[in-house]
Design a protein around this ligand. Sequence first.
Ligand code: NAD
Ligand code: FE2
Length: 370
Amino acid sequence: MSTISYLTRVEFGEGQVSRLQEFLDLLGVKRPLLCTDRGLVATGMVQRIAALLKAPPAIFDGTPANPTEEAVLAAHAQYVAEGCDGIIGLGGGSALDLAKGVRLLTGHDGPLAQYTLVAGGLARIHGRICPLIAIPTTAGTGSEVGRAAVIITAEGRKLGIISPHMLPSIALCDPELTYGLPPGLTAATGMDAISHCLETFMAPAFNPPADAIALDGLARGWRSIEKAVRDGSDKSARNDMMVCALEGALAFQKGLGAVHALTHPLGAIRQLNLHHGTLNAVLMPAVLRFNRPAIGAKWDQLQSFFGEAPDVAVAKLNQRLGMPAGLAAMGVTEEMLRPVAEDALKDHCHATNPRTPTADDYLVIMRESC
Ligand SMILES: NC(=O)c1ccc[n+]([C@@H]2O[C@H](COP(=O)([O-])OP(=O)(O)OC[C@H]3O[C@@H](n4cnc5c(N)ncnc54)[C@H](O)[C@@H]3O)[C@@H](O)[C@H]2O)c1
Ligand SMILES: [Fe+2]
């Protein structure tokens, strides 16, 4: 049987971010480190949110697009140097995952590799760590309610550090923060959220509540992603996309699958620095086709939802959203594929795909997605 649990306190709705000080007080945080990235500083949002607080927070804005252990260590050094006692993660999945990594180090010694799921880290992670408030500014990863931080460790592998203790203390989900997200990023992050709903729905664990949540997230994402891309100020579409992201991550406690097993090593290729959601979108049709023989009635359920074969529906959506034509168009070369396929076998999402791929299967999936 399965363990089924939903744990995070979520405050959802327009304007919720204005309550940030209230929640810092609730958690007893007097000197927060706000972890974010320079892109968000450039939008003015970081300064606006910092100004909501009684006293200016310490700010770390050096989060890279795919967060690295190096950046986590730099932020943690600032946390210590500035006498901080809590963390605010503000941004997309990268800033939120970096914040989770810094928080882990407030109660655990490095290096981070020992805490990754594949290294048995679950047993090493305990709850004696500082409070964390997560404020998403993209509607994609759902990291604000997820128990994972996905970080490129010092060895250069992008790995999941996963534990219920990694869950943020509070998630402040304010769709208004996504109104200014440009169309390309709205599409790419939205496809990440949709891919969570789809992949976890296909994952074999027995977890009917998670399946129901994933299908609700899928329905919202599917009806609203194009509207949010066309008109960033469409409130109802932005709301749907933020719920889709939230629900995807609530549901993926079941595990994800081959799409994410591949996009983690692809995202670790430093010279390309590829966006996670874009990679998911490009790989999804081939993974759906690969999974078909193993998912039985779920394929039919998806087909009746989409009104056509699920792989075809996702490929058409990718095209309408202007996603890259394939991995090759993103700069991925044939020589890169074999090491990625080998790493995918060792990724924590590999084991929860409904049909177990071999390295050769991963190669076929990537070549089909080129
Ligand atoms: N923890 C998890 O469970 C989980 C799940 C899926 C993905 N991830 C990880 O999350 C990362 C991807 O996160 P992401 O897709 O949210 O992108 P991101 O955090 O990398 O951000 C992408 C860009 O969007 C900009 N941006 C963010 N919000 C904005 C806004 N409101 N307005 C304008 N610009 C904005 C940022 O400055 C950045 O340049 C990857 O590292 C991925 O592996 C984690
Ligand atoms: Fe993802």
